[in-house]
Ligand binder design. Structure first.
Ligand code: BTN
Length: 223
């Protein structure tokens, strides 16, 4: 596993997808700044200097198929644990945001790398607000600085990766549920009301609604 650092890239995810064959499993590509940072659902990810932006390469021989869809959540747990270890009361918002006091400070975007219909692997991109000044976001956000933390970016990345490597061998569902305060609570997901009963071993939400249980793959949670 190697870490490659750039001053600026359009997007560490895009760079990893486009240069996938040149990297080894678990290589990390970091940028100080992104000019076209990508978020979920086609949103932009504000990527000024002062934040942490990195992407991890995962190659199939190292991924158990049943783990593919849960790896993004394993990364979210890894970030959440690393930040809690620094002393902040970070928690998870399903499917894979990391928040503190109702404000998001970390987002994760995974992309599958497919060529000629063949699944070649996965890139998992992580954006963490650290001390940027001009963040643009539709939703409430915070930074590690505002949370009272002073961090070394390289130290934080190392802690996240070490958590990620330990987590893959464990039952991530248990950890996710421990760090997600909306479990067993009434929530609304993309307009649908119900009780967030569980997550399955692929990381999908089991929502108990008036009509019965529904399996939700992705969505925006309100509570
Ligand atoms: C989200 O919408 O919450 C996901 C944000 C993911 C942002 C990270 S920053 C590093 C990597 N490169 C990107 O272009 N996006 C991800």
């Amino acid at each position: 596993m190697k870490i490659y650092s750039f001053d600026t890239l359009p997007s560490t995810n895009t760079y990893c997808v486009e240069n996938f064959d040149n990297f080894e499993n678990q290589d990390i590509i970091m940028a100080e700044h992104q000019t076209a940072g990508k978020g979920r659902k086609g949103r932009k990810w504000s990527s000024e200097i002062g934040g942490l932006y990195f992407t991890m390469i995962l190659k199939p021989s190292e991924i158990k198929t049943e783990q593919v869809s849960s790896l993004t959540q394993i990364m979210a747990i890894s970030v959440c644990k690393a930040v809690r270890y620094l002393g902040a009361s970070a928690y998870l918002k399903w499917p894979n945001d990391v928040l503190c006091k109702g404000k998001k400070f970390c987002g994760i975007l995974s992309e599958a790398v497919i060529e000629n219909n063949i699944f070649k692997g996965l890139v998992i991109g992580v954006g963490i607000n650290i001390e940027q000044k001009n963040i643009v976001s539709e939703k409430p956000f915070t930074t590690l600085q505002e949370m009272g933390l002073t961090v070394s970016k390289s130290g934080l990345v190392e802690d996240i990766i070490s958590n990620f490597n330990m987590m893959q061998k464990q039952d991530f569902v248990k950890d996710f549920k421990k760090l997600c305060p909306t479990i067993n609570k009434e929530i609304i997901v993309d307009g649908k009301k119900g009780v967030f009963e569980d997550i399955d071993n692929c990381g999908r939400m089991i929502l108990r609604t008036e009509k019965g249980r529904e399996v939700i793959i992705a969505g925006d949670v309100q509570f």
